[in-house]
Design a protein around this ligand. Structure first.
Ligand code: FBP
Length: 307
């Protein structure tokens, strides 16, 4: 780090700089990913600003409600969705988008498509192993973006003073084994045997200390903690929700890709999540991900107690 003594790093690695340097390693790269990420980061910055004033602006309110100035206020999730779609659409790097908030795929007209035919939902239904980049944004006391473009995982913190994402967590690696399990324990009575046995073995180990439990109830935050401190995050199938809750294409797969890139593992109990071929864009999947040895213990329980 270079500093002038003012506390300002005069040679900071911004995400734009990071992506440009990665791009230069590939002589045939088009720059599309850099351009796409630029659009994504604009959305993340705008969402950060909205999150910071959500209380005052009544962004938690019902969609379509009005604020004190009589303006229509969008709920945060609607606002975030609109921002991502508009920014990505206008980046000229995308032909198709999938979002939890939209029933159907979102098609983007491009010149290329007009000559080659447009992308369809079939193009979107690919297994996670085809992913080339995945990331998430965390809007906590600071805004952080964690990104993998297929050669490890890097974390960038938003410096609000300069509006740039600065590389703060270089080459993030997940511990081979952690000491934390993360699952909604309120649903214990709905668990199937393999999950019940697994959690029991962590709470009442034959030797050593029991694991600690942590559950925020927000997948990004729970997986982020799992990535930083190790352990396992689980959202299993239950007797109430036999397919699980989380969505394969935009919740399980991107997070599984990042966890794998950091040296961890992700499974639905039977197979690697990234091998599952989606049949529809909003399909759900049970998911277990985190430290390799912890996920392997879980898989053993599925072999032993699963049908
Ligand atoms: P939505 O699909 O309703 O957005 O819920 C997703 C989510 O909030 C995840 O982020 C989180 O891991 C999970 O649901 C928590 O669910 P539960 O309250 O059942 O434990």
């Amino acid at each position: 780090m270079s500093s002038t003594g003012s506390g300002i790093d005069t040679d900071c690695m911004t995400m734009a700089r990071f992506l440009l340097s990665e791009q230069r390693k590939h002589p045939h790269a088009t720059g599309d990913l850099t351009q796409l990420m630029n659009a994504v980061l604009t959305a993340v910055k705008a969402i950060t600003s909205a999150v910071r004033k959500a209380g005052i602006a009544r962004l938690y309110g019902i969609s379509g409600s009005t604020n004190i100035q009589g303006e229509e206020v969008k709920k945060l999730d609607v606002l975030a969705n609109d921002l991502f779609i508009n920014m990505i659409r206008s980046s000229f790097t995308t032909c198709l988008m999938v979002s939890e908030e939209n029933d159907n795929v979102i098609e983007v007209e491009t010149e290329k498509q007009t000559s080659e035919g447009s992308a369809t939902v079939k193009d979107a239904l690919q297994p996670g192993h085809q992913i080339i980049a995945a990331g998430y944004a965390l809007y906590g006391s600071a805004t952080m973006v964690v990104l993998s473009i297929g050669n490890g995982v890097n974390g960038f913190m938003l410096d609000p003073a300069i509006g740039e994402f600065i590389l703060t967590d270089k080459n993030m690696r997940i511990k081979p084994r952690g000491k934390i399990y993360s699952i909604n324990e309120g649903y214990e009575k709905y668990w199937f045997e393999p999950v019940a046995q697994y959690i029991k073995s962590k709470k009442h180990p034959e030797s050593g200390k029991p694991y600690g439990a942590r559950y925020i109830g927000s997948m990004v935050a729970d997986v982020h903690r799992t990535l930083k401190y190790g352990g396992i995050f689980a959202y299993p199938a239950t007797k109430e929700a036999p397919k699980g809750k989380l969505r394969l294409m935009y919740e399980c797969n991107p997070m599984a890709f990042i966890i794998e890139q950091a040296g961890g593992m992700a499974t639905n109990g039977y197979i690697n999540i990234l091998d599952v071929v989606p049949e529809n864009i909003h399909q759900r999947s049970p998911i277990f991900m985190g430290s390799k040895e912890d996920v392997q213990d879980l898989i053993e329980c599925f072999k032993k107690y699963g049908e």
